[in-house]
Design a protein around this ligand. Structure first.
Ligand SMILES: [Zn+2]
Ligand SMILES: [Zn+2]
Length: 327
């Protein structure tokens, strides 16, 4: 097999040939068909996330086809198309696992961070953490659903029944969640880097009621805002857009420092919450709903060998929607 691997943070990924992996008990091996490029991969490569296994193969938005079963696997079959997300394994017995919060497991394994991921021609995963993907939809169009979609979905669930929802950072996750919100007949307010009229137009094309810069105030107070961009300064900016009792949801795994802000911005029962990882139930819920909504992902594809270029283009916002690697 071949993989693009990180040997130490802040160095380019390297193209390597490795022995084909053998799935352990309860695991599957897949031939990777496509793998999305997530901002979390950038945080791994940049060293913002400080506990990767090294070397590591990044990538946790994997669409693959099962080509070998480990012992005891009965839930999946050879030849089946599956999706492999960030949450690769949980312990099953910590206080979080036994209380339906497996996303907070004390002893998790994360795909493309603490286990090799999908920037590769082959990958291994726990059968119970892989999602059957059916045969509807192309491999490339489905890949971004595995994290941008799932984490976006979990973030959206934290907004409760908010009607007017702000999305800060209109990248892969926001472009999917905007379509969910429109389908649910809720209103999307898209916030981009100031002056980024191209992305604002993209947001409007997906049904955003309003689009503007991240320091602009929307025409009406919002019920909730989800922050997908890793910029801590957006937290006080988003708080200022909220009505009383409104909520800011921080969707990212990493964010720059949040600047000091006046208590007035938080008072009147406004809230700030974060979202960590996903549960398998989030995945099953979202992936069963996605085809009914008819989510259309906007993607830019790169050859697996060009993963460094894809990461760099993501860093600089050079494409709309999501980047996807194809081996
Ligand atoms: Zn656990
Ligand atoms: Zn991700």
């Amino acid at each position: 097999m071949y993989a693009m691997r990180l040997h130490s943070p802040r160095t380019p990924l390297q193209w390597e040939e490795l022995p084909d992996p053998t799935p352990g008990p309860g695991q599957i091996r897949v031939k990777v068909l496509a793998c999305g490029v997530c901002r979390t991969d950038l945080h791994v490569v940049d060293g913002d996330l400080t506990h990767p296994k090294l070397p590591v193969t990044p990538g946790h938005e994997i669409i693959g086809r099962v080509d070998m079963l480990g012992s005891g696997v009965t839930s999946l079959q050879v030849g089946q198309r599956v999706g492999i997300p960030w949450l690769g394994h949980t312990c099953g017995h910590c206080p979080y696992c036994v209380s339906d919060h497996e996303n907070l497991c004390d002893h998790p394994v994360f795909t493309g961070y603490t286990r090799d991921g999908g920037y590769a021609t082959m990958a291994v995963a726990d059968a119970h953490f892989a999602f059957p993907m059916g045969e509807e939809g192309s491999d490339v169009s489905l890949a971004p659903l595995l994290c941008a979609g799932l984490i976006g979905w979990r973030s959206l669930s934290k907004t409760g029944n908010a009607q007017k929802v702000g999305l800060y950072g209109f990248g892969a996750a926001a472009h999917i969640i905007a379509q969910v919100l429109v389908w649910q007949k809720r209103e999307v307010y898209a916030f981009t880097r100031s002056g980024d009229t191209k992305t604002q137009d993209f947001a409007r094309s997906l049904g955003a009621k309003w689009a503007g810069g991240s320091n602009d105030l929307p025409p009406e107070p919002l019920d909730a805002a989800i922050i997908f961009a890793p910029d801590g300064a957006l937290v006080p900016a988003a708080l200022k857009t909220l009505r009383k009792g409104g909520r800011v949801v921080c969707a990212g795994i990493h964010m720059s420092e949040i600047p000091a802000f006046s208590y007035d911005s938080l008072w009147e029962e406004r809230e700030i919450v974060s979202v960590a990882n996903l549960t398998r139930e989030d995945g099953l819920d979202f992936l069963s709903l996605a085809p009914r909504i008819g989510i259309h992902t906007t993607t830019t594809t790169y050859a697996l060998k060009d993963a460094n270029t894809a990461l760099d283009d993501l860093r600089h916002g050079r494409f709309d929607g999501a980047a996807v690697l194809v081996p």
